[in-house]
Design a protein around this ligand. Sequence first.
Ligand code: GLN
Length: 496
Amino acid sequence: MTDLTKLNLAATRDGLKNRDFTSLEVTEAYLSAIETANPKLNAYIEVTAQQAREMAEQSDHKLNSRDGGPLEGVPLGIKDLFATRHVHTQAASHILKDFKPEYESRVTQNLWDDGAVMLGKLNMDEFAMGSSNETSHYGPVVNPWREEGGNKDLVPGGSSGGSAAAVSSWLCAAATATDTGGSIRQPAALTGTVGIKPTYGRCSRWGIVAFASSLDQAGPIARTVEDAAIMLTSMAGFDPMDSTSADLAVPDFAAAVERGVNGLTIGVPREYRMDGMPEEIEKLWHEGLEWLKAEGAQIKDISLPHTKYALPAYYIVAPAEASSNLARYDGVKYGLRVAGKDITDMYELTRAEGFGREVKRRVMIGTYVLSAGYYDAYYVRAQKVRTLIKRDFELAFADGVDAILTPATPSAAFGIADQEMNSDPVKMYLNDIFTVTVNMAGLPGIAVPAGKDHRGLPLGLQLIGKPFDEETLFAAGRVIEKAAGGGFEPSDWWSA
Ligand code: GLN
């Protein structure tokens, strides 16, 4: 039989429905692939083998009687940020040691309701803070991609590094991820996978460990644009448990994938042409525009003048919200508790031991920018900048632009423990230079593999859309995917 893990999600779903193979067979194939690869890649931090087999058997039961949901029997990986009932949910943080929630996140519940099978929980940056998956309490994830002829370990990006690595190394049919400033799109770009951050409000945040509540959104990482569309259709939907959830019908996103771009206007923001941008990224961006043009799109130069303030403003808003959201981890309600001589001492010892360096940095920055005397100078001003960033996009869309094409990241994957990247936190933060604006404005953004750098590592392009117009992103993303011509599969060194 062909290797079932190599089938993409759509083909897996169809094969299951046709009963070409069973869900238990696919699930076993993934479990054994994980067993081989995970010691090298560290993508999973918990494998729920027993539960996976039970879910698969239930799915086979339904499929045998021609029943079942749109994802019936399809094995998925779940980012550790999503609450999964009675299963490891620790945001890859030591402070949530042994935590297993009593409830299920809305997004994962939606996936199970549609028949999906859970393989386990995926590694990530601690509390989703990072761009390289190096801040995880469980150690870094290794990118399945290596430089041509090289054997150095590279980062998969972050914070959804486990999701991206698992998808690109065939350790799940697709994965859930979250994106606060780029954490779906950046790791997707660095692993040759497709990742979409939908419009803020499209997916419920209920049961997702909060990082920065006004920016956090769930979305899928998948192998193809079509797979991402199928995943998002199942993940999305109104939820009264999240007051920011949008009460809108969820389109069948997969139906939009082959719609093409004929007649669309694609904006090219001049502010994304950064100083010192590698030439190969500039070239790829240009190529992407040509591909869209060849399919009937019109290209239009646009200006998003407040772009340069997005990253600094993000690093005020996100830490501010994080410092407040993370106040709940005090040794009383969750996970880790380090005994102290009195309650204050216990709080301090628990937080000192439970949080890693990057999380502590964020909590301190956030507390500072929210403190009396600084609140207006930092937080209020950042919120005003945020409004201006959003307005830049609104003006472009009002001027006839249907979607915007930009690079997804300023470079391909870099090395684990890269000296340069880790010498200064701001260097790491710059990885999100093209993605944070989208979160600040609440818009949808998709990253699609589009080319490779001079070392043979994948590079992605990003498309940014109007609020709740993910369909256009899937259609335009598909055009890029087709034109790029595939080949975004790493060579399988980890099972050698
Ligand atoms: N890299 C960004 C940060 O560290 C974004 C992370 C994310 O999107 N969760 O905050």
